[in-house]
Structure formats: structure tokens, C-alpha cells
Ligand binder design. Structure first.
Ligand SMILES: Nc1nc2c(c(=O)[nH]1)N[C@H]1C(S)=C(S)[C@@H](COP(=O)(O)O)O[C@H]1N2
Ligand SMILES: [Mo]
Length: 213
């Protein structure tokens, strides 16, 4: 709304643009819009689990209690939604896939090239393996020090974004993180996820404005 599009928002947006952090076609938001297909799932800690399967040496499964004992990582990122809002300096906390593999919590096969995030209700989203292993991809439980809200993915979601100073890393749009994620499938070839099958770009690079395929 125009009357809420205040000086403060525009000043921050100008600053991000000046710092080279506002991707083409994006606008800074101070809110956190909610976007997804279908209903918000209920969380039951007694039945919830998280699995890794596919091109792994051994499938693994963690229940909610076990998942919360995995090593934790905190990162600060800018997130960029394909619907043209960007949110800067968001602090995410959770489990890094790279750290899990480096610390021997599971092993992937050399044949793994892509990863499918599987979420509640059969929602899927695909990424190249190297993006999932970047420091900018996290299985997140917390945002800005607080547990995720149900509509933003509680108890666990994939997140991917842009880390200032890490221009070497690929930055996909925010849809490439599955809310209510329950598994990672390591794959020996690429396969399109839910929105990618619906016409979103397969890679979704923010800086190249790869919005629709
Ligand atoms: N499970 C699930 N995750 C999802 C989606 C979805 O439909 N289902 N939509 C994606 C899309 S299109 C976007 S833009 C982001 C939005 O995340 P947010 O609601 O926290 O802003 O979630 C992504 N993750
Ligand atoms: Mo989206």
C-alpha cells in the first residue's frame, strides 16, 4: 500500500541497491509474506521424522528428538522471492547439510548430482547438489532467534539465500527452500520439483532473473 511504503523502507532499499545487494526486479520488504500451495500441516513430534535417502551409502532417519541433537549452524542471508520481494539480513539457525556430511552423520555416493527436498503433502523442490552443500543452504528451525511460525514452515524448512561477500555462491529464489521439509533425496540426475513442473525456472538464479522456465 502506498501509505505504508514509507521513507524508511525506501531509504533501506536505496542502501541495498547501492551495496549491490538488490537483485534486478526486486523490492525491499520489511514484512514476511506467506506463500505456498495447500494447507499448513500440523506438527506431531511423536511421528515426525527426517530422512536422507537415494544416492547415499546408508539411509538415515532422525526423529524430532534426535534431529535436535545434530550440530547447529547460524547464518545471515538476504532472501529473494520470485514474487519480487526481498528481505535483508535475516538470521537463520538450523542444520547445515554440508556440516552433516563433513562430520560423518551420513555419506553420499559419488553418483549424487542433485537433491530433491520432500515436504509434507508430497511437495517437492529440486536443487543441484553443489547448491545444497553451499554455506547458504540450511535446514532451518529458527528465524531471527525464534522458532519458525507454522505458516513459514515449522518445525523445519529448507532455506537458501544470498550471503554478502559470498558472490561466488549461487543464489536461487526463495521458493527453492521447502517448508515443512521431511526428507532429502539424493539423486543421480535432475528432476523438476512442484513449482518447477508448474512453470518456474529449473535453476532460478536471482542475479540472472531466472523466474520462469
Ligand atoms: N512445502 C512447501 N514449501 C514451499 C512452497 C510450497 O508451496 N510448499 N512454496 C515455495 C514458494 S513458491 C515460496 S515463495 C516460499 C515462500 O516462503 P514463505 O511463505 O516463508 O515466505 O516457500 C516455498 N516453499
Ligand atoms: Mo513463490
Amino acid at each position: 500500500m502506498f501509505q505504508f511504503d514509507g521513507q524508511d523502507r525506501r531509504r533501506q532499499e536505496d542502501q541495498m541497491r547501492a551495496e549491490g545487494r538488490l537483485p534486478p526486479g526486486q523490492a525491499l520488504t520489511q514484512k514476511f509474506p506467506v506463500l505456498h500451495y495447500g494447507p499448513v500441516p500440523a506438527f506431531n513430534p511423536a511421528t515426525w521424522d527426517f530422512r536422507v535417502w537415494g544416492e547415499v551409502e546408508e539411509e538415515k532417519r532422525w526423529d524430532w528428538n534426535e534431529f535436535n541433537q545434530l550440530p547447529r549452524t547460524k547464518i545471515e542471508m538476504d532472501i529473494h522471492c520470485v514474487t519480487r520481494w526481498s528481505k535483508f539480513n535475516t538470521v537463520w539457525e538450523g542444520v547445515s547439510v554440508k556440516a552433516l556430511i563433513e562430520n560423518g552423520f551420513f555419506k553420499i555416493k559419488s553418483t549424487a548430482t542433485h537433491v530433491m527436498q520432500h515436504a509434507e503433502y508430497g511437495f517437492t523442490v529440486n536443487l543441484p547438489l553443489e547448491v545444497v552443500l553451499q554455506d547458504t543452504f540450511l535446514l532451518a528451525t529458527h528465524l531471527n532467534g525464534e522458532a519458525l511460525t507454522p505458516e513459514h514452515g515449522y518445525p523445519l524448512r529448507g532455506v537458501v539465500g544470498f550471503m554478502a561477500g559470498r558472490e561466488d555462491l549461487e543464489t536461487p529464489y526463495f521458493w527453492k527452500g521447502a517448508k515443512w521439509v521431511r526428507a532429502l533425496e539424493f539423486m543421480s540426475q535432475d528432476k523438476r520439483g512442484f513449482w518447477e513442473q508448474a512453470g518456474y525456472h529449473n535453476r532460478g538464479d536471482v542475479w540472472r532473473e531466472e523466474r520462469f522456465g
